[in-house]
Design a protein around this ligand. Structure first.
Ligand code: PMP
Length: 293
């Protein structure tokens, strides 16, 4: 429809046939950001390579696809099996896995029947590194949940994350912290945010954020470890009365935070509930016993 076998395009310095480019350059994902994806990790455990929370990730991929009117014709079990095969074929154990569902040629603003599923995997260290992070409150807010399905993992949503991370780096911070449309603290560009005050953890409720699988895991872990967690809205001002904070996400795992804007958290990271969660998150993904606090 958009090209035929004779159509020539310019691609990366070469004139090639549109049909030979591999990816159909008229695809709706590239032009309008309509595609969905996941970020998953596998770990080299004592019982072999284990994909952490494969069902939860592939359930969310299905949810994201459904919200974007994309037909995903694989069950989560099939997707898990394919993922193990990708890991095996690439000789990967500790890996980051990126399933991406992208669409066929469609320049209209309506759903597309041609659906492509790609699963890639590579060796990737912690997204935000090992150092304590210095965050800057972003001038960008998370999208209004009435403008898109913010809780779904949609390709196009990540322009918001890219803008926020780039701004934070340009201002000398390690990473951004975004508010929601009402000015409450929401989350990071690729991780959920937890605050610690008087031994209790606080995090933004669902609604304006990506429903992180690590966030849910942290809440679950905290319960098991006897650490109280409350999901509630709080403002950037309230951060300045907190003792500590951390980010969590599949790629970032659990990452301690040193400061937000000019406010430096007073508690040493090693003495925080976050540090207990961090150690036990690693125990959990590696199939090891939890260290009860
Ligand atoms: N928020 C955003 C915006 C993200 O991109 C991610 C990474 N998927 C997270 C939170 C954390 O989600 P998860 O724990 O499921 O990786």
């Amino acid at each position: 429809m958009y090209f035929n076998d004779e159509t020539i395009i310019f691609l990366d310095g070469k004139y090639v046939k549109a049909s030979d480019s591999g990816v159909n350059l008229y695809n709706q994902t590239m032009h309008y950001g309509n595609g969905v994806f996941e970020g998953i990790r596998s770990y080299d455990t004592a019982e072999g390579t284990k994909i952490f929370k494969a069902k939860e990730h592939y359930d969310r991929l299905h949810y994201s696809a459904e919200k974007m009117h994309i037909k995903l014709n694989y069950t989560w079990q099939e997707l898990e099996e394919i993922t193990y095969e990708v890991l095996k074929r690439n000789n990967l154990k500790d890996a980051y896995i990126r399933p991406l569902v992208y669409l066929g040629a469609n320049m209209s603003l309506l759903p597309t029947d041609e659906v492509h599923v790609v699963i890639m995997a590579w060796d990737w260290g912690k997204l935000l590194g090992d150092k304590l992070l210095r965050l800057g409150i972003s001038s960008y807010q998370r999208p209004n949940p009435k403008s898109c399905h913010v809780e779904a993992k949609v390709v196009g949503h990540y322009i918001n994350s890219i803008l926020a991370s780039t701004e934070a780096k340009q201002n000398g911070y390690d990473e951004a912290l975004l508010t929601d449309m009402h000015g409450n603290v929401a989350e990071g560009p690729g991780a959920n945010f937890f605050l610690e005050k008087d031994g209790k953890l606080f995090t933004a409720p669902l609604g304006n954020i990506l429903a992180g699988i690590t966030r849910a895991t942290v809440i679950d872990l905290a319960k098991k470890l006897g650490i109280e967690v409350e999901e509630k809205f709080f403002t950037p001002e309230e951060i300045k009365t907190a003792d500590a904070a951390f980010y969590c996400g599949t790629a970032a795992e659990v990452a301690g935070i040193e400061s937000v804007d000019t406010y430096v958290f007073p508690k040493a990271w090693k003495d925080t509930k976050g540090a207990i969660i961090q150690r036990n998150y690693m125990n959990l993904v590696l199939n090891k016993e939890l260290e009860l606090a």
